[in-house]
Design a protein around this ligand. Structure first.
Ligand SMILES: Nc1ncnc2c1ncn2[C@@H]1O[C@H](COP(=O)(O)OP(=O)(O)O)[C@@H](O)[C@H]1O
Length: 191
């Protein structure tokens, strides 16, 4: 399936508001991919697909995750499931078998240790696309112009802070991803 066909499936699957968000993520991912030397086509496809299962009811997430043998760690926080579900459905829904694109879709909300530049680009694009409006977003957009790791580490910190304030569960993988990014940034500064 080509990009236009994928876009049409996403348009038919999502609410107009969510479709607009996804279009913004595609634009942001395109810009970031150019800036950081990442495969632009893969970044755009992952961005189109990343929220494919986002609007499903929670029961359907759990049911599908169990049927498809999705990593049970992801059952811990329901909002973490839509990425792994969309990644596992890519071959049958979009005819895409590319594992790098699948991983960018799979980890777009949680992040993970050892993220590839493509995964970082899609994850950060979701945070900073033009339609996003929250206090930290302006600083994140500035950081995204100069340092992919710094911007993503700050974005994870912002989410963790938000979840702490709301007394919501925090998916531990994001904390590990965040620790790794800050460690790498510190090492880089002291070299
Ligand atoms: N690491 C995390 N642990 C727990 N909840 C998270 C984490 N990251 C994001 N969330 C929550 O999951 C929800 C979905 O996140 P995300 O997929 O980034 O948003 P959306 O798909 O709506 O753009 C949000 O409510 C967010 O606060």
């Amino acid at each position: 399936m080509n990009e236009l066909e994928i876009k049409e499936i996403i348009r038919q699957t999502l609410s107009p508001r969510r479709f607009q968000h996804v279009s913004g993520v595609v634009d942001a991912a395109d810009t970031l991919a150019h800036r950081y030397g990442v495969d632009v086509e893969k970044a755009r496809l992952a961005a189109w697909i990343h929220d494919y299962a986002r609007e499903w009811p929670v029961d359907k997430w759990y049911e599908t995750a169990k049927q498809r043998g999705i990593d049970p760690t992801y059952l811990e926080v329901a909002e973490m499931l839509h990425g792994p579900i969309a990644a596992s459905m890519m071959p049958e829904v979009f005819g895409i078998e590319d594992e790098e694109i699948a991983d960018a879709v799979r980890y777009h909300t949680s992040g993970r240790v050892g993220m590839t530049p493509l995964e970082k680009v899609v994850c950060l694009a979701d945070y900073i696309e033009a339609g996003r409006e929250y206090p930290a977003v302006h600083e994140l957009r500035k950081q995204a112009e100069v340092d992919l790791d710094l911007a993503l580490a700050s974005a994870f910190d912002n989410t963790i802070r938000f979840l702490l304030d709301k007394k919501q569960p925090i998916f531990p993988v994001t904390i590990l991803a965040r620790n790794e990014l800050w460690r790498a940034l510190k090492d880089r500064r002291t070299l």
